[in-house]
Design a protein around this ligand. Sequence first.
Ligand SMILES: NC(=O)c1ccc[n+]([C@@H]2O[C@H](COP(=O)([O-])OP(=O)(O)OC[C@H]3O[C@@H](n4cnc5c(N)ncnc54)[C@H](O)[C@@H]3O)[C@@H](O)[C@H]2O)c1
Length: 298
Amino acid sequence: MKILITGGVGFIGSNLALTLQRDNDITVVDNLLGGNTENLTGFRGNLVIDDITSMNLFQFKDMDVVFHQASITDTTFSDGKKMVEVNLGGFKKVLDFVLKERAILVYASSAGVYGNGPCPMREDQKLSPQNAYARSKSLMDEEAMRHKDEIKIVGLRYFNVYGPRERYKKKAASMIYQLAQQMKANKNPRIFKYGEQSRDFIYVKDVVDATIRAVKAKESGIVNVGTGVAITFNRIIEILNEVLGTSFKPEYFDNPYSFYQNETRADTRRVKELLGFEARYSIEEGIRDYRSTIKSGK
Ligand SMILES: NC(=O)c1ccc[n+]([C@@H]2O[C@H](COP(=O)([O-])OP(=O)(O)OC[C@H]3O[C@@H](n4cnc5c(N)ncnc54)[C@H](O)[C@@H]3O)[C@@H](O)[C@H]2O)c1
């Protein structure tokens, strides 16, 4: 297949490109806002450094599938206008392209759209996006579903993704990465009082699997990509201690944010039905698989 991956230098996009390149003809487009080409070491496809909001996507011919990952991904970025220009504006340009080319579109939405809504979070529950990033993702979902009968469009509400190639996200990298870095620096890992907040952490290999399965979805739709299990930050520190062979204690501090998701947990029924997807990695297995990368700092 001929495949275009926007944001393919980033964390999830690069894992996807490297997985798909064996059997497919891949083009990656990225403006290097958040990604680093080191993520694509070993990539044999076509890499185009450009910005999806201003470039001409129609230079790409005969694409079968577009995986749209490009986005401002820093959830603390508060310039709402810029967020919408890049995330929704970029998405509309990709939509124009796939609608004309009759390609399949698989795009990255986010569990952020649920805000502090009830768990398990269901695709059809009332959305409650609490920051500029989450609002831009819910606008993308609305826009996508306006076109769901014209072509196949699948939106993936990723939960908290962790794994190799996330380091260039810096402060936007997962809590698992942040805590591991503190522990590697011989410091007690710092978390908000009292570490009982929980997240549906999903390993990037599972996320790549779900993203590829979306191409063969029975129909257009929006689905959660999570494990269905929420893990507390205290438990993450326990697992990291086991995996790294350390015995650090959490250092608790006051949460300065007025808005904070205390729990995220996906309802996974719809993704199973539409994509036949179930996460294969438990949190223990995922962190164990991630161990050598954590240790090498890559
Ligand atoms: N990692 C997670 O936990 C998570 C959770 C929910 C949703 N998502 C979504 O998944 C997608 C991938 O996220 P990620 O974690 O790999 O983040 P990332 O920041 O590593 O990747 C995003 C990539 O998009 C590129 N980009 C940004 N603006 C661009 C533009 N205008 N033109 C071209 N390229 C541009 C960046 O340079 C970067 O390489 C994003 O859409 C993100 O919102 C991620």
